[in-house]
Ligand binder design. Structure first.
Ligand SMILES: [Zn+2]
Length: 321
């Protein structure tokens, strides 16, 4: 009371009415007062920040949980595919840049054996042998520039390799696919549109596999019997279907990460550091731009030959005793 009296005595009467007799600490404050404006503007700003944060989280989550990165690696589920900026179509091929497959593949190959699932469907990562045999494999092509370049390097050394082709790219570049076949290389099925098969229904998986077969049939390739699922993405349904459809599932032991534009010298050194007889080496003949793969091959092939390795196709490798 004493305080109130003091205030009343010292203030303008209108102010007194407002502060003492009215609503001195009205909450929330009225917009009309200077303090009220600051209060409401601050509150609005706070909620705007919250909304912005929520939107950012929404946009970001799908990408980080996987779906479309870039293609390359292996067995499990969420991964990104390597970037195929130039790929003729599909979002699947269009641009990602990361290949979680590789990470997965590494984890899987370290812990699983060739007959990993124990379900009778063998998944081939390698096939150890005492003949110093190894297999080069090239995914995602054919590509109008890099595939011919790789073909010419392989021809220079008299090497046969295995090309896991994407049906859609075979349709775009049939003459390049035909050149691979004519050169005597092995061709494998890498799906029609490079979708992650583990997330698809049985009907969809079957469609991806058979449409790739049809594309290959149109360029003269007999039906392939090797299947490498995009990104190494595996599922029980895929394992069962591949068995029913007479396919052998092939992954890899060494991922060169060429799709991530790893420098050629690094690719070459990593192969030389890890290689053992029986390895299946993963590379790509379809990379959107600036592929390091041809140059890496020029570096590593002579070195591997000098160490006594022999290059065979994947089928020759896994059929060898
Ligand atoms: Zn691929």
């Amino acid at each position: 009371m004493a305080n109130q009296t003091h205030k009343q005595n010292g203030l303008d009467p209108t102010d007194q009415v407002h502060k003492v007799g009215g609503t001195p600490s009205a909450y929330p404050p009225a917009w009309g007062s200077a303090g009220g404006r600051i209060f409401w503007l601050t509150l609005a700003l706070f909620f705007l920040c919250l909304v912005a944060l929520a939107l950012w989280l929404l946009v970001r989550t799908p990408a980080s949980t996987g779906e479309q990165g870039n293609r390359s690696g292996e067995p499990s589920v969420t991964e990104a595919m390597p970037a195929h900026a130039d790929a003729p179509s599909t979002e699947a091929m269009a641009g990602e840049a990361v290949d979680p497959d590789a990470v997965r593949a590494a984890a899987v190959s370290a812990t699983e054996t060739e007959d990993s699932a124990g379900d009778g469907n063998i998944v081939y990562y390698r096939h150890r042998n005492d003949r110093m045999e190894i297999a080069l494999s090239f995914d995602d092509g054919p590509h109008p520039r890099y595939t011919p370049e790789i073909l010419s390097i392989l021809a220079e050394y008299g090497i046969n390799a295995t090309f896991f082709m994407v049906g859609e790219n075979v349709m775009y570049y049939p003459e390049v696919a035909a050149a691979v076949i004519a050169a005597g290389h092995e061709v494998g099925n890498h799906s029609f549109s490079h979708r992650r098969l583990s997330g698809l229904s049985e009907w969809e998986i079957r469609s991806e596999i058979t449409r790739c077969e049809e594309a290959l049939a149109n360029v003269g390739e007999c039906r392939p019997h090797l299947l490498r699922p995009p990104e190494g993405s595996m599922s029980a349904t895929l394992r069962r279907l591949s068995g029913q459809m007479d396919y052998r599932l092939v992954l890899w032991d060494i991922d060169t990460r060429d799709w991530a534009h790893t420098p050629p010298a690094v690719i070459s050194q990593q192969i030389l550091d890890k290689v053992q007889a029986g390895d299946i080496i993963l590379m790509h003949d379809y990379i959107g731009r600036d592929s390091p793969t041809p140059e890496a091959l020029r570096l590593v092939i002579p070195e591997l030959l000098q160490r006594g390795y022999h290059f065979v196709t994947v089928s020759e490798l896994i059929d060898g005793a």
